[in-house]
Design a protein around this ligand. Sequence first.
Ligand SMILES: Nc1ncnc2c1ncn2[C@@H]1O[C@H](COP(=O)(O)OP(=O)(O)OP(=O)(O)O)[C@@H](O)[C@H]1O
Ligand SMILES: CC(C)(CO)[C@@H](O)C(=O)[O-]
Ligand code: BAL
Length: 316
Amino acid sequence: MNICRTKAELKRLIAECRKDGLSVGFVPTMGFLHEGHASLLRKSKTENDVTVLSIFVNPLQFGPNEDLESYPRDENRDIALAQENGTDIVFIPSVHEMYPEKPLTTVIVNQITDRLCGASRPGHFDGVGTVVSKLFHLVQPDRAYFGMKDAQQVAVIQKMADDLNFPVKIVACPIVREPDGLALSSRNVYLSADHRQQAVVLSRTLQEAEKRLADPDITVERLLALVKQQIGKAGDAVIDYVELLYYPNLQLPEASAKIQTLRQPLLLALAVKFGATRLIDNKIFDAAEVNEYVQNDDEIEAASGNRNGSEPELCR
Ligand SMILES: Nc1ncnc2c1ncn2[C@@H]1O[C@H](COP(=O)(O)OP(=O)(O)OP(=O)(O)O)[C@@H](O)[C@H]1O
Ligand SMILES: CC(C)(CO)[C@@H](O)C(=O)[O-]
Ligand code: BAL
């Protein structure tokens, strides 16, 4: 496994891969790796000759009062996990290497960033779009792997790639969870033992919400009220947002609409704070459609004309 810290070294390694006609899969992360990241690396390894991992805590996507300084870091452990999961190249740049000067260019994806984390974390997706653009230019991946835990991020990156003609296939991968359902996240490490237990309410509530959809009369506003009520039962949970939106365009359905009458897929997304720790989780409703992406890959690719302008590929 090659570990590189400079753009020049990364470019040299990528040029070698290209010269040899090797396909490149890319997994961008902020490090403090866990099994969710490992699942992306393994997926890339099955689909590409070479897998590149980046580890970079990107200051541009953090707000002034967010956890940039305290964001968990453990480079040695990350390198070991990368190696165990078949990574070929790890790119670990410094902030100065990525931003030698204050950038005057920002990649802004409008509209689908108006809600959810885009609203709660102003400027966050400008930072994500900008750094992912830079990384795509450096790595020139054939495929790039993102987790559906950050469902809005997947939609934003897919739209950016379509709008700016990045020649990359965006592969959206399923959320990896702890045995009790909590979505893996680097930030889980911040949770006290008590909050860790309470945080199970997120995945449980999403599961219960899915069951509620069996009721043909349940409306958007009723479902959201039930979800908020359920989360509120966890003593210290403070809701940032609970929203049901069309996916991936992230538009709002009518609050009074019966959910069974709505076009799908729909995204039920949550952001909840336990003390200072903000966690996100979500569920896509319309498993049938999600499975179709997986099972009829060739048909969908053919039908959507190499997928440009369409949904990200959703993988198992
Ligand atoms: N539980 C998970 N299952 C699948 N993918 C995940 C999971 N957690 C993170 N990822 C994906 O890994 C990539 C890198 O994410 P990141 O490094 O921010 O990790 P994270 O655990 O989401 O951290 P944070 O606590 O900051 O949200 C993203 O595409 C993200 O969606
Ligand atoms: C995609 C990403 C690595 C960009 O910094 C980050 O937003 C993340 O880890 O999801
Ligand atoms: N996975 C999202 C990165 C962030 O919270 O900034």
